[in-house]
Design a protein around this ligand. Structure first.
Ligand code: FES
Ligand code: FES
Length: 156
């Protein structure tokens, strides 16, 4: 089947999509957007997080057909011509990236947290928001530092 999706502001078409194919597969393998990572393919790790119509979802759990005529934003889409998004920049500056497998999902989820937050989120709010994003490398402290920095917290 053919799937037409607006991805990062651009209409994209994927042909010959199998009915069981995930949105993650289409993004990575058909549309040349490898930012969202495939770590578990079971909705457990959050490494494949993208926005679907403005809501963060695990792209591995979304059938490609469900994304028909909808809007997707991936980690690639958060950057602009001016450079990295401040959340992306904070992850780099705080050393919150090791192997990087979890990073795209954490960045999208952090972006969503900060967009929805009234004021600056507490550590508890950050931990709750990122609870579905697993990292096997960093021990999470640098990730928390990056989120605090992106949120503009004085202790970030
Ligand atoms: S790859 Fe989708 S949640 Fe792990
Ligand atoms: S940096 Fe390796 S899983 Fe998080």
């Amino acid at each position: 089947m053919r799937v037409t999706v607006t991805v990062n502001g651009e209409e994209r078409i994927a042909d010959d999509v199998w009915e069981g194919e995930s949105l993650l597969y289409v993004l990575r393998e058909r549309l040349g957007l490898p930012g969202a990572k495939n770590a578990c393919e079971q909705g457990e790790c959050g490494s494949c997080t993208v926005y679907l119509d403005g809501v963060p979802v695990c792209a591995c759990l979304v059938a490609a057909g469900q994304a028909e005529s909808r809007t997707v934003v991936t980690v690639e889409g958060l950057a602009s011509d001016e450079g990295l998004h401040p959340v992306q920049q904070a992850f780099v500056e705080c050393g919150a990236v090791q192997c990087g497998f979890c990073t795209p999902g954490l960045i999208v989820q952090t972006h969503a947290l900060l967009a929805a937050s009234e004021g600056v989120p507490s550590d508890l709010e950050i931990r709750e928001a990122l609870a579905g994003n697993l990292c096997r490398c960093t021990g999470y402290e640098k990730i928390l530092d990056a989120v605090r920095q992106a949120a503009g917290r004085a202790d970030g």
